[in-house]
Design a binder for this molecule. Structure first.
Ligand code: GLV
Ligand code: MG
Length: 324
């Protein structure tokens, strides 16, 4: 390990994160009773300009009055380039800061953006005597945000997670996309002709490098990397495929823009029984190896060593959190 310590964000479960428009209070109860890990009540892009103030009031009221059980509660504020943003922070933290766990900052572009919100939240916490520190989630969804993702990830002790906002990212990059978070048939390789002259098209994942980049910045700073929206909520298989790809790269959660996507995210982002079983066997085998003075042994015909312990411990800890 490097001598540089990495402080880990608070260990919250973040397999699924449900987006709920602040202007639709009739959706709040259902969200509260769902199996989702994190809910973000939105003041940004799902709320029309004329509805911003009403949505803010709905959110303050709901944070105080709805029984959200043990859910992690977040509010997505408006961007720092709008005049809504300061009042989003001031009203929500002053009036509902006790129940608020996280603030989600959209379209974050630089470390200074994080600093500005941190300063505001710190003043409100001090003035109101809030003792629980409110955390930050950042949506990486612009070219500027992706360029500065490492600096953003390290910009505040409040930082907890980075989210890949594929819809705005596509817009910012002027990428040619079809469906939010989906694949694109034009992002493909064409094989050379086979012996019969036929060629195959192999579709690729155009978001691979962006997500992988964000995961590096998140993990290097002890934050949770979370994959963002998948727009076609009538395509659960497509959703799961996207979630599995993100999980393979290290993401530990995915957004749900429709309640039906919560169970899909929880399923994909939870270790299976077989995986937990295997992890426990790895830990047992390595403990035995260590007692015999060995650093690496074989299990089921494969090499395991100290790196396997670290992977297994992460899995077992996740399973423990889910069971709890
Ligand atoms: C989320 O905010 C996105 O733009 O994908
Ligand atoms: Mg967005």
């Amino acid at each position: 390990m490097s001598f540089h310590p990495i402080e880990q964000a608070p260990g919250r479960l973040n397999r699924s994160e449900l987006a709920v428009p602040g202007s639709q209070p009739q959706m709040f109860e259902k969200a509260a009773q769902s199996d989702v890990d994190v809910i973000f009540l939105d003041l940004e892009d799902s709320v029309a300009p004329d509805e911003k103030e009403r949505a803010r009031n709905n959110i303050v009221k709901a944070l105080n009055e709805v029984d959200w059980n043990s859910k992690t509660m977040s509010v997505r504020i408006n961007g720092l380039d709008t005049h809504y943003m300061y009042r989003d922070v001031v009203d929500v933290v002053e009036q509902a800061g006790e129940r608020l766990d996280l603030i989600m900052i959209p379209k974050v572009g630089t470390a200074a953006d994080v600093y500005a919100v941190d300063m505001l939240v710190t003043q409100i916490e001090d003035a109101t005597g809030l003792t629980k520190r409110i955390g930050f989630e950042h949506i990486i969804e612009t070219a500027l945000g992706m360029q500065n993702v490492s600096a953003i990830a390290g910009a505040s002790m409040r930082n907890e997670s980075l989210h890949f906002g594929v819809a705005d990212y596509a817009a910012s990059m002027r990428a040619r996309t079809t469906v939010i978070g989906g694949v694109n048939e034009n992002y493909a390789v064409l094989t050379d002709p086979g012996s019969d002259g036929s060629r195959q098209v192999h579709w690729g994942d155009m978001w691979h490098s962006a997500i992988a980049n964000m995961v590096v910045a998140a993990r290097a700073n002890g934050l949770r990397p979370i994959d963002g929206p998948f727009g076609d909520f009538s395509d659960p298989e497509g959703y799961k495929a996207a979630a599995y790809r993100a999980a393979a790269l290290g993401c530990e959660g995915k957004w749900a823009i429709h309640p039906s996507q919560v169970a899909l995210a929880n399923e994909v982002m939870s270790p299976t029984e077989a995986e937990v079983d295997k992890a426990n066997r790895i830990l047992a085998a390595m403990a035995e190896a260590e007692a015999a003075g060995k650093g690496a042994v074989s299990l089921d015909g494969r090499l395991i060593d100290y790196a396997s312990i670290r992977q297994a411990e992460v899995l077992v800890e996740k399973a423990r959190q889910i069971a709890a």
